[in-house]
Design a protein around this ligand. Sequence first.
Ligand SMILES: *[C@@H]1O[C@H](CO)[C@@H](O)[C@H](O)[C@H]1NC(C)=O
Ligand SMILES: *[C@@H]1O[C@H](CO)[C@@H](O)[C@H](O)[C@H]1NC(C)=O
Ligand SMILES: *[C@@H]1O[C@H](CO)[C@@H](O)[C@H](O)[C@H]1NC(C)=O
Ligand SMILES: *[C@@H]1O[C@H](CO)[C@@H](O)[C@H](O)[C@H]1NC(C)=O
Length: 430
Amino acid sequence: MALLTVLPALLLLLLLSASASAAGPAPEGRSVIAVSESGMMHLDTSGELIAWRRQVSRRWNDWHVATNPRNGTICWVQAHDDNGENAVLRCALIASLNDTWDLPQPPEISLNWMDALAFDWLNENWHFTAKELHSGLRFSYVCSYVFDRCVVVTEAFTYKEFYAAYDIPNRLLFQIATDGSGRYKLQVLNLDGTGLRELPTNLTYPTSLAVDPVQRHVYVLHRPKAHRRPSFRPLPPSIDFEIHQVNYDGENAKMIAVRNERWRILDRRVKYLGSIDVIDGDIFVIWDDQTTVSSVSASDGTVEDLVAGAVRRQALPALANVENLLGLRIVSPETQPEQVQNACEDAGCQHLCIPTAVNGIAGATCFCPEGQDLAELTCHKKYPAYAVVAGADSLQAVDLQTEQVVEILSGLNNVTDLEFFWAGDEEYLL
Ligand SMILES: *[C@@H]1O[C@H](CO)[C@@H](O)[C@H](O)[C@H]1NC(C)=O
Ligand SMILES: *[C@@H]1O[C@H](CO)[C@@H](O)[C@H](O)[C@H]1NC(C)=O
Ligand SMILES: *[C@@H]1O[C@H](CO)[C@@H](O)[C@H](O)[C@H]1NC(C)=O
Ligand SMILES: *[C@@H]1O[C@H](CO)[C@@H](O)[C@H](O)[C@H]1NC(C)=O
């Protein structure tokens, strides 16, 4: 079964000249945003609090945040008080997290059931993967910064859990999906939805996925064994949570670190809730106890707890007794592409453009709104509204909706050739 199909909306791939990225300046101010059910904390890499924002996240999926370290902003999924309403992205400055502004809601796309969210500073695009509740399908979307233009890039069907992680600098989307047999597959595709391939891995029970765009490694937070029916057999007192690493080709798999955790049983069900993010070999992880944030070195596996049930020197109840951590994101300029030529600026796309990097070559892909096709950089209705019928001495148009026939030209002598081209929205000419 096809797990993923590329919509026919993408047609043009402009390959522009290669722009090899030079090594950038050393990153300044790498830090971590950790979200719990009661708020959002901004920590430095030693665990000291930089900023805190009280913010109630009621649903697990609500924690998703995307940072733009290039201009110091962060945006997160802000669910409506009324659960049925669509969420919005709320933004603030990363340094203070205090003054906020909301972005417009995307039309007809729900932000509520998010798997992954990322911002591309280069062309100011949002990339996100979200579940459509009634169909259960996962779609990957790209939208403009204020959500006035959105397109579906991929559609994925999955039977069980689904994990996604964006590598914006290398223009890749990684995902873990299950097939009908319940087997987990690690896949990678280009940000414009092309080039889907599977990486050879043996995933047993992943609980979180992250990618390191600098060292080009995939990280999976993982539990090795199934304990599917805890009500029918005695549980061991604890379980191992492992951090696994593979490179972008799925090779050189290795385990970086392991932590033994007590079971977490919520609502009489065993829950596995971890979160991981990585930049340049610096791993940050929320373990399954949901009270510990650790930094882990990919090179030697050393683990240092930054938050262990409490944020250091903080007396506020939510910080002195940290619980129900949901997820984390690293803030670092390296999560965004370096300022290189934005191939979209020259691509001349009419609707939406995605900068790409296929085999290291910078390019751009133009997309049209759903129901429209791309022809010579402009978008046209996918199905022609009219058929043109040429007889030997007349030219007629048939409206395909109403089947009405209109004579356009008559008294022609001997039509032998018909040229057909677009001009404006749906025009044709002889
Ligand atoms: C940050 O960047 C976005 C998109 O590039 C822009 O729209 C927004 O105004 C910027 N915010 C600040 C505070 O500069
Ligand atoms: C937001 O935080 C900044 C820096 O910490 C501070 O100067 C400012 O007064 C705060 N604004 C509000 C509305 O709290
Ligand atoms: C997966 O596991 C099988 C059996 O243990 C092993 O032969 C194979 O090499 C593993 N593949 C990878 C990519 O690790
Ligand atoms: C129409 O044009 C074709 C090709 O030029 C020619 O063979 C044919 O005789 C013409 N018919 C009439 C009715 O002029």
